[in-house]
Design a protein around this ligand. Structure first.
Ligand code: FAD
Length: 470
């Protein structure tokens, strides 16, 4: 029987995992996860690439993956080092003749795959990259990637006309595990050492599947998704699927398939349609990144604008990151992010807009902070959304969010800001979105900062009470 390695990265599941399915077909499997330099590295924008929330979530997901794989008979090795070295050593020591893994789209990850392929070729081992966690295969897209519609609405229409996403594949019911394993002197890592940080999300495939079942079938909260998705707080105002999707504890095809079954068996309405539409945004940014690559990360972005702010003022960036800009709606969201590793879509849009357009900082420093903090960090979705808000992405319209109007509209009674900024409780509720209107001594006594940058929309609030959006 031939021997093979399944290299796990952001696909920490056994269900609908084509790399695992192919490896199991090919022979006796050794599953490998590499804790490489990226776990400790800083980005070029003064932030770690991986913060404690996501690390804790990955740790939990790896522990759960180990249990699922063991039940199949497949051992999981979590080891410290660069994959191009570890995989070569493990393949050599265990006589593996192939390595299976998911394909990568983002430049750094794709470069890593190229390095691994070259290193394995040196010992005559083939690297096979299977489809990533997308609804559609590249070959099934109803357009050439080079001619991909630039605007989401056109992309969505073409995709919708092309029909349902390809069905997911089941987890292998049986697999032969490689036994015994020669660890070749590598440094084994125990993922349980990455302690969870007290966030609401539990990493791993079983928790993901429980959450999906709960969101669709038990609570049926999906049936009012369209009405609640813009909210800021609460358990099921949006699906909260993103952390598990981003780490691959769930496959997007499984979600789409379950949702289609829900529509057949329980209810199909605007809300169930809207959830699929949002998943198509994820798909859109994936293919945007596949089409445009590194250009998505340039200050001028896909539109190559030369007029975007270049500033990277340390004090301004620090105030924004730590939730001390003096603009409560922004600060509350930023403190939620720091405390939990999650922020609502509404919050993300507003804090990004404030950073790039009111504070006028280089938007990439904001995107990199999200990269560090978000449990659900996804290269394409994060940088694609940030680029759009900075006016350099796929959307040629160039206007941001009226942060103050949005604060008043979505947090009418200032409950959200009062929760995350408890110091504001000393002020009357009516001033908690605009504390700079309070008496200077009263504001100073709260310890909350005086606003450094009054939003341009401050003047516009009287004109427009509901908040403009991009
Ligand atoms: P739901 O509203 O329930 O949506 C369901 C799913 O659809 C999400 O899980 C996600 O996979 C997808 N989705 C929804 N909205 C978007 C969107 N605008 N773009 C792409 N996919 C979307 N999402 C990430 O998964 N990772 C990121 O790193 C990320 N960074 C973002 C940065 C900014 C500045 C902004 C404005 C948005 C970002 N998003 C990102 C998109 C969106 O905010 C999150 O997907 C969503 O808030 C996650 O919560 P949910 O699963 O409850 O979303």
């Amino acid at each position: 029987m031939s021997r093979t390695i399944c290299w796990f990265k952001n696909d920490l599941r056994v269900d609908d995992n084509p790399a695992l399915a192919e490896a199991a077909r090919a022979g006796a499997v050794l599953a490998v996860y590499c804790v490489d330099g990226g776990f400790a590295a800083d980005s070029a924008y003064g932030a770690p690439k991986l913060g404690a929330h996501r690390r804790g979530f990955i740790g939990q997901a790896l522990v759960a993956l180990g249990v699922r794989l063991r039940a199949l008979g497949v051992p999981l090795v979590v080891a410290v080092g660069e994959p191009e070295n570890l995989l070569v050593r493990l393949a050599k020591a265990n006589g593996a003749d192939s390595v299976w893994t998911a394909a990568e789209t983002a430049p750094e990850e794709a470069d890593q795959l190229t390095r691994v392929r070259a290193a394995l070729r040196g010992i005559d081992v083939a690297l096979h990259a299977t489809r990533p966690n997308t609804m559609h295969d590249r070959a099934d897209l109803p357009f050439d990637l080079d001619d991909m519609p630039r605007v989401f609405t056109r992309f969505r229409r073409r995709i919708e006309r092309a029909g349902r996403p390809t069905r997911p594949i089941a987890a292998p019911s049986r697999a032969a595990g490689l036994d015994p394993v020669d660890y070749a002197g590598i440094e084994i890592f125990d993922p349980a050492d990455w302690s969870p940080t007290g966030t609401l999300f539990v990493g791993g495939e079983p928790a993901a599947q429980r959450h999906l079942a709960d969101y669709l079938w038990r609570s049926q909260a999906v049936t009012h998704y369209k009405q609640t998705r813009g909210q800021l707080t609460g358990e099921n105002f949006s699906s909260k699927l993103s952390p598990w999707l981003a780490r691959g504890c769930l496959s997007v095809r499984r979600i789409a398939d379950e949702l289609a079954r829900f529509e057949l068996e329980i209810a199909a309405n605007e809300s169930t349609y809207w959830l699929v539409l949002e998943l198509r945004w994820r798909e859109f940014f994936h293919w945007v990144l596949a089409r445009h690559g590194g250009r998505l990360f340039a200050r001028g972005g896909l539109l190559q604008r030369r007029d975007r702010p270049r500033a990277t003022e340390a004090a301004v960036i620090k105030a924004w990151r730590s939730g001390r800009t003096g603009m409560p709606f922004v600060d509350a969201n930023m403190r939620e992010l720091a405390a939990t590793g999650y922020m609502s879509n509404r919050g993300r849009q507003n804090v990004a807009s404030y950073f790039a357009r009111e504070l006028r900082q280089d938007w990439r420093w904001g995107a990199a902070w999200f990269e560090a903090q978000l449990i659900d960090y996804d290269v394409a979705s994060n940088w694609g959304n940030w680029a759009n808000i900075a006016g350099v992405g796929t959307d040629k319209r160039d206007h941001g969010f009226d942060v103050l109007a949005q604060a008043h509209y979505y947090d009418r009674d200032a409950e959200y800001v009062s929760y995350w900024l408890p110091e504001l409780e000393a002020l009357p509720r009516t001033l908690r979105h605009t504390p700079w209107l309070a008496d200077a001594d009263a504001l100073a006594a709260t310890g909350y900062p005086q606003i450094a940058c009054l939003p341009a929309c401050w003047q516009g609030l009287a004109r427009n009470g509901t908040g403009a959006s991009i």
